[in-house]
Design a protein around this ligand. Structure first.
Ligand SMILES: Cc1ncc(COP(=O)(O)O)c(C=O)c1O
Length: 417
């Protein structure tokens, strides 16, 4: 079967799935004309299916109470819902134990947790390796601790096509390297990095690896035991779950070694006026009343993604990407950023001579929502030699017809702007 045929054959399934997303079916009036929304800003945040909206609402309507502290039935029910979500994340990731699943505010919070805690185990002059394609969330937290503890940051470069120069890993390596941190998939280039190779190289030298899974966990099956990563961070809102909620997976032996990140309720076993004893995992890293609706919603989002099929999602987004690239390629003045083989469903592009913001405003007037800017990756934009790009990013509920509408709008922008 050709990829075209496979894409066409998938459309009835996608149309059925779209019925689960109220926002995708909302009426839109632009310039006085009715339009259907083409939402291609999924790398920024994804839309939520009704089952997630229901789970959040149901938690608040039927079970809301503070978790872990109550001896009353409602509090016990709230705790059951919150902890069931942790078990669900554990099975999603194939983690070894529920103690390895820490609930956070999102990818950014998860990486700050590791950076702040891990750096306390390091000495001045120790080194951390990241890459040139990192989101600020996997860059600035390391800059902050590098400043605080006298650490040195080193960066794996990329090729002009946006492929990670993994050949440079042995060149950058030194006995002072204590951690490697990198995105599974770039939020600008769409490049899917060779995590297995990086992890094997670092582990042979006894060094742990943190994976920024913000763009991978929503779009493909991620098995932390098969991957053997030491930490994995991701956000609920990029996979159809609620905002302000996310996960840090950490291998138990590492989480046990790391000191707590924030202090407050729930993360303690006992407190005296002058000191405290930290709680057991995973609570040691969960200070304060958590985002309980977030846990309920993420549970529903994972159930939804599993029912759709994460392997199918990955395959389908690849078909959409290939089709979109075919439609866009011949458009005069178009330039792409990131053409790594096997990349994920993200297209960063420009029309020469047109500012990305003008391009995105033009597309918006046609009902097509794309992002324009540096996409929280200033150093990567500098490496690519641009200030900003437009970015279309797909999710499994996007259709071939939407790609056609998008390509037609880009073609018109090229002719008219
Ligand atoms: C690769 C990557 N890392 C980290 C983040 C930060 O995620 P959040 O803002 O949900 O914490 C993003 C968000 O765009 C991302 O794409």
């Amino acid at each position: 079967m050709t990829n075209h045929q496979e894409l066409l054959d998938a459309q009835p399934k996608v149309q059925r799935l779209r019925q689960d997303f109220p926002i995708l079916n909302r009426p839109l009036v632009l310039g006085g004309k009715p339009r259907t929304l083409v939402y291609f800003d999924n790398a920024a945040t994804a839309q939520k299916p009704r089952s997630v909206l229901d789970a959040i609402r149901s938690y608040d309507e039927n079970a809301n109470a503070n978790v872990h502290r109550a001896i009353h039935s409602l509090g016990e029910e709230a705790t059951r819902i919150y902890e069931a979500s942790r078990d669900r994340v554990k099975t999603l990731l194939n983690a070894s134990s529920r103690e390895e699943i820490i609930f956070t505010r999102g990818t950014t919070d998860s990486i700050n947790l590791v950076a702040q805690s891990f750096a306390k185990l390091l000495s001045p002059g120790d080194e951390i390796i990241a890459t040139e394609m990192e989101h600020h969330a996997n860059l600035v937290p390391w800059q902050m601790v590098a400043d605080q503890y006298g650490l040195k940051l080193k960066f794996l470069p990329i090729t002009d096509d946006g492929v990670l120069r993994i050949d440079q890993l042995p060149v950058l390596w030194s006995p002072r390297v204590k951690l490697v941190t990198l995105a599974a998939m770039s939020n600008v280039l769409g490049t899917i990095n060779p995590l297995e190779e990086v992890i094997a190289f670092a582990h042979e030298r006894g060094v742990p690896v943190l994976v920024d899974g913000a763009q991978s966990v929503p779009h493909m099956r991620v098995d932390v035991r098969a991957l053997d990563c030491d930490f994995l961070a991701f956000s609920s809102h990029k996979m159809g779950g609620p905002t302000g909620f996310g996960v840090l997976y950490g291998k138990k032996e590492w989480l046990e070694k790391l000191p707590p990140y924030q202090g407050g309720g729930d993360m303690i076993r006992s407190v005296w006026l002058d000191h405290f004893e930290a709680n057991d995992l995973p609570y040691k890293f969960e200070a304060g009343t958590p985002h309980m609706e977030g846990a309920a919603g993420l549970h529903a989002a994972i159930d939804y993604l599993d029912a759709v099929g994460l392997d199918w999602i990955h395959r389908y987004e690849g078909l959409l990407l290939d089709y979109a690239m075919e439609q866009l390629k011949g458009i005069p003045r178009i330039r792409f950023f990131g053409t790594a083989p096997g990349k994920g469903g993200i297209i960063a592009f420009l029309l020469d001579g047109i500012h990305a913001h003008d391009l995105s405003a033009f597309l918006d007037s046609r009902g097509v929502a794309v992002r324009a800017g540096h996409h929280c990756a200033h150093p990567l934009a500098r490496r690519l030699g641009v200030v900003s790009t437009a970015r279309a990013s797909f999710y499994f509920y996007n259709t071939k017809d939407e790609v056609d509408a998008f390509a037609a709008a880009v073609r018109d922008a090229s002719a008219q702007l």
